[in-house]
Design a binder for this molecule. Sequence first.
Ligand code: NAD
Length: 479
Amino acid sequence: MTTQFGTTQTGTTQAADLLSRIQPAEGGREIFDPATGELVGITPQAGPEDLHAAVVRAKSAQPAWAALSSQERSQALHAAADAVEAHAEELAQLLSREQGKPLNGPNARFEVGACAAWLRTTADFQLDPEVLVDDESGRSVLHWRPLGVVGAIGPWNWPMMISVWQIAPSLRMGNTVVIKPSGYTPLSVLALTEVLNTALPADVLIAVPGRGDVGDQLSRHPDVAKIMFTGSTETGKKIIKAAADTVKRMTMELGGNDAGIVLDDADPQAIAGDLFWGAFINTGQTCAAMKRLYVPESLYDEVCDALLEVARSTPMGVGLDEENLLGPLQNRAQWEVVDRLVTAAKESGARVLIGGDPDRQAPGFFYPATLVADIDPQNPLVVEEQFGPVLPIVKYTDLDQAVEWANSLNEALGSSVWSSDPDRAEEVASRLVAGTTWINKHGAVDPRIPFGGARESGFGVEFGVEGLKEVCQPHVISR
Ligand code: NAD
């Protein structure tokens, strides 16, 4: 697998420099490498007064930022992308050590490259006022105003990239941002914001590291106009309730349990690589990864064999070792979710094709790439989000039944259909409930294309011009 956004220099020394700029002079909390258990660094820990002070500063910086021209803000985002590119290798090294993901493959270097790509693409979008009516009855123009301070709360799986997904559109449209990183991956987000801030005016972007209680306070703060949240559905529901009293705008990017459906005219050998990476990208810790696969009986053995070949040849290990493409789970709690679900699947009589036997004595939160065949469609490994390197493969004989299974859950983030006939695949795709349905690929997000969830996977979209509208107040002036 090659990376679209790869870099080549080594960055260990520079990563240490970056770390020294974000670590607290005293106090703080230790962060350990999920692959080795080694200390990565110390994160500052914000309290309620820090969060409040950050919101006050972001609020006071916002009018001047909004008063800049659209072109000036666009230039600032390009300068921020330049800064990310200048520090790409050190950011990737830190991300790899804190999150666990390997440097290569669709992992740490890819993620840092995506940060720059999303900043640039968002910088180049233009959202102009729209003349709605202009005739003898009058003239009405729709303007897109900034909301004020946007509160961003993110997860630990793609901590840098998802932060940029929240930061870039918000800043582009003249908002300022207070961002609360996941308690598992604060150093990555602090380092990223440190780099971005070398190109941005003071207080336009402020990171406040802390746990869920700081996120809760951000969700309730009266001077925060909008929450952009990416994380689990469970936490999303708490935030929706917490934000209700101040009628905040919200974008909710929540959990997913994406289905993939292989049609009976697919070519197993041709699709195996993309099927595998659709499920195992970031070691399965991806919102819109394929988390359950439905395969027709006529192709079942061939698809299982082809996936097995890819799984066998994909190296897993410590992220900083250049050859690895899969890493550990990021934290013990997630490892336990994966272990519980695979154990339940095995106990039900499902057939493990590979994996499913973690070394419980080895350091790090490694769980081997696992394929589970002949599994009941209602098994917990199928109907719960595993968020790890495990794919259940369900056999079907009736396509309508497979579509019904795919649509049967509360989560409906992404889905995919795999076929040698793209028109037939599109017809099946039109019957699926999801924010995005991909054909012959899965999880391929693009900064130009709106992305969001259906049902309990959330509401609102990110990316594209539609994503810019979500961080604005529509304001009609009519005369
Ligand atoms: P999580 O919900 O546990 O945590 C997300 C963030 O919310 C963290 O920063 C956490 O500190 C904060 N938080 C916790 N309690 C809070 C509260 N009461 N109020 C405010 N903030 C609070 O999620 P996670 O485990 O970090 O991420 C994994 C989940 O995220 C998976 O379900 C995955 O599918 C989902 N996800 C969704 C998308 C998407 O775009 N839809 C993208 C990535 C991840």
